[in-house]
Design a protein around this ligand. Structure first.
Ligand SMILES: [Zn+2]
Length: 454
């Protein structure tokens, strides 16, 4: 399948769905925000229109007709589930083709979000625009490290779709290092422009590639000569994962951050800043004290500017991160996210309430990894004062590795945590397909406690 044909398929599909994706893309590319004032003016106008619509047509928001945005209530997953149709526009049938996004909750039943054609098109446009920062255009050949459906019928459907869209799927599930030479042969045969997928498997392959100079490919070209970029998505990309992928594949990594409820939220630019898609979204910060701020550290609160079918206004995503308006060398006035920790329970809470995210533990494992083929995958689980290291062992792992991990943990925390070790054959993914490196069973999240207290 060639690029021109695939581009045509992308354009035709958007047209058939009644989505003006490529018109928005042109607009987003030609008129990028160059100063913060312009972003603010745009967002204020869009929010005013959104609130007016929501208070008129969405039952839940009717009582907030006189409420200024600054006092609008937070909503979250629990409220959306409990509220059901009261969050949907009564006029949604007039909004073009509707798409229902189903989020696969790891602990509870899924949540459905209905998006209208306009907001779907704008989300897609912002995504394509941002892929452009990685040098990737719609229609470029993609190698997709993703789930491969188990049912033959679904697999066939995907194969047709993938062929039309100029992409090839590589299973991110059920692999061992013995699969990697086969993956590399298939990649060289496909000749993709870019790789798209979960950072966990790409980091594992990257690490495997850099272990042996014979796997590095010819100088200056890397192991997959056609490759121009790697776009990682859906899981936390830690600095050590980025390093393993970039060194192994000898190409740049561009991270994509999103959540199932609103789709894509932010993308890495050429200068490595994770820029928010401000054309489509307002991101605010909910601090540990329960206050909403326009920047700083805390939970990410999202307002989707264009979806009228089910307006999400001040939606508490549960993800943690830092938001700033620091200027970026690329010149775009889009705010920058850093240290996105994933869901609030994807952090370990140490002494005095200090939080540690997956990046911290990936540094610990990097120390261990320096001593040989030690750890294939890991997961860290906090249960109050107990830390369980779940480790898929590499060939060189032995009891001294366990002692080293315990010592590195004590270096940071003293005797606050008691380490435990488990050695599964593989680490099971969440029902969403994500591999979560960090899980906290207890204590509960301090922010939720602030919000839930009367
Ligand atoms: Zn930038």
């Amino acid at each position: 399948m060639n690029r021109t044909l695939a581009t045509l398929v992308y354009r035709t599909a958007a047209l058939l769905r009644g989505e003006k994706t490529f018109a928005y893309l042109r607009d987003y590319e030609r008129n990028p925000f160059r100063d913060l004032g312009a972003v603010q003016v745009w967002q204020e106008a869009e929010i005013a229109a959104l609130l007016e619509y929501a208070c008129e047509h969405v039952p839940f928001y009717r009582e907030f007709r006189e409420t200024p945005f600054a006092q609008f209530p937070l909503i979250d997953k629990k409220m959306l589930k409990a509220g059901g149709n009261s969050f949907l526009s009564e006029q949604r049938e007039t909004l073009g083709r509707l798409t229902t996004k189903v989020t696969s909750g790891s602990t509870s039943e899924p949540l459905k979000i209905v998006k209208d054609a306009g907001s779907m098109a704008r989300e897609q446009a912002a995504t394509y625009r941002s892929y452009g920062w990685a040098g990737v255009r719609p229609g470029d050949a993609q190698a997709r490290f993703w789930g491969v459906p188990l049912k033959a019928k679904d697999a066939r459907k995907n194969a047709v779709r993938d062929a039309l869209l100029n992409r090839k799927r590589y299973s991110a599930f059920n692999y061992t290092p013995a699969s990697f030479p086969g993956y590399m042969d298939a990649l060289r045969a496909q000749g993709p422009d870019y790789i798209y997928g979960y950072p966990s498997i790409l980091a594992e392959i990257g690490h495997w590639l850099r272990q042996d100079p014979a796997r590095a490919g010819s100088p200056g070209k890397g192991p997959v000569p056609t490759l121009r970029a790697i776009i990682t998505t859906a899981e936390i990309l830690t600095p050590t994962m980025r390093e393993a992928i970039e060194q192994g594949f000898a190409t740049r990594v561009f991270d994509e951050y999103g959540c199932a409820e609103v789709g894509s939220i932010a993308h890495d630019c050429e200068h490595g800043s994770l820029h928010v898609n401000s054309e489509n979204l307002l991101v605010e910060i909910l601090t540990d004290e329960g206050e909403i701020r326009s920047e700083g550290t805390g939970r990410l609160v999202l307002t989707e500017l264009h979806n009228r079918a089910q307006p999400l206004i001040r939606y508490d995503s549960g993800d943690y991160g830092e938001l700033s308006f620091a200027p970026c060398a690329c010149g775009r006035a889009l705010p920058v996210l850093e240290n996105v920790h994933g869901r609030a329970y994807d952090t370990v809470i140490g002494p005095e309430g200090r939080r540690y995210n997956a990046a911290f533990f990936s540094y610990i494992f990097k120390e261990v990894q320096l001593r040989g083929e030690m750890v294939r995958q890991f997961q860290v689980i906090q249960n109050d004062r107990e830390i369980t290291f779940r480790i898929v062992r590499g060939a060189d792992y032995d009891s001294s590795s366990e002692a080293l991990l315990a010592r590195l943990l004590a270096d940071e925390f003293g005797d606050y945590f008691e380490p435990r070790f488990e050695y599964p054959d593989s680490i099971e993914r969440e029902s969403s397909g994500k591999l979560r490196q960090l899980k906290r069973v207890s204590p509960p999240d301090p922010v939720s406690q602030v919000l839930d207290s009367p």
